[in-house]
Write a protein that binds this ligand. Structure first.
Ligand code: XBP
Ligand code: MG
Length: 252
């Protein structure tokens, strides 16, 4: 029986990377007097690595190896990440990033029907509470975020941690993700997963997903199906989730 829904954050609840995290990183670099500038194309490459601190290190390995040879490189990366988070929170507070279609609708419907809700994300915890309106944030029972686990996505650790906190088997849950790293993580934890694509992930390999959609859809604004089937429905609702979930159980 489907008991809980687990949501990724960046790219799934909202399309936060290109116009949110990316300018926040650049603002932190400028503030620190660094000549680093992550344009849209370079950021798309750097998204291969999840976690802001890990992503900066990945950038340095390829574009500024001298930075990592400094004795205080780790401390400087940590300070840069704190500054970036400050800029990101300011950007969110200015009402920067809307939720993806269907997210608020499905969260309310699922919670109203007694399903438990959880978050499993790589991003920093305060970025989650700043992204969601308080009414929606209150619907989540468990929030697994950032450094809660040492190994970030595509490792399954954050999803295993959320399952442990929920006290549920993977077979009682359904996951929503937007990226290949996220899908690898959720499948690695044995979790059936629906993918809604985001700006940077439309060319990703989503093998193993129950379905790949443009978004969850809204009345009068149907989802576009990239792979799988919505069984004749125009948007993702609880009935469709229960059909997908049963299909996943039958396949396993
Ligand atoms: C996306 C990430 C995060 C964000 C940046 O997380 O990989 O690192 O890009 O946020 P998810 P931080 O898709 O799992 O929600 O700088 O706080 O890491
Ligand atoms: Mg994501």
């Amino acid at each position: 029986m489907l008991e809980a829904l687990i949501f990724d954050v960046d790219g799934t609840l909202a399309d936060t990377e290109r116009d949110g995290h990316r300018p926040a990183f650049n603002a932190a670099f400028a503030e620190a007097g660094l000549a680093w500038r992550w344009d849209e194309a370079l950021y798309g490459e750097l998204l291969a690595v999840t976690g802001g601190k890990e992503r900066m290190r990945f950038f340095c390995e390829r574009h500024d190896p001298a930075f990592l040879r400094q004795a205080d490189a780790d401390l400087r990366i940590k300070a840069l990440h704190e500054a970036k988070t400050r800029h990101y929170l300011k950007l969110l507070a200015a009402g920067g990033i809307p939720l993806q279609p269907g997210v608020a609708r499905l969260l309310r419907e699922a919670h109203g029907a007694g399903l438990r809700l959880a978050i499993a994300t790589t991003t920093t915890p305060e970025n989650v509470t700043a992204l969601l309106p308080a009414e929606l944030m209150a619907l989540f029972e468990i929030v697994g975020a950032g450094d809660t686990v040492a190994r970030k996505k595509p490792a399954p650790d954050i999803y295993s941690w959320v399952l442990q906190q929920l006290g549920l088997q993977a077979s009682a849950c359904l996951v929503f993700e937007d990226s290949a790293n996220g899908l690898k993580a959720s499948l690695g934890a044995g979790l059936p997963t629906v993918v809604t694509e985001s700006e940077y992930t439309q060319d990703h390999d989503f093998s193993g997903a129950l379905a790949v959609l443009s978004d969850l859809g809204e009345p009068g604004r149907p989802s576009a199906v990239r792979s799988g089937t919505m069984h004749g429905r125009a948007l993702v609702d609880l009935d469709l989730l229960r059909i997908w979930h049963q299909e996943a159980i039958n396949k396993s």
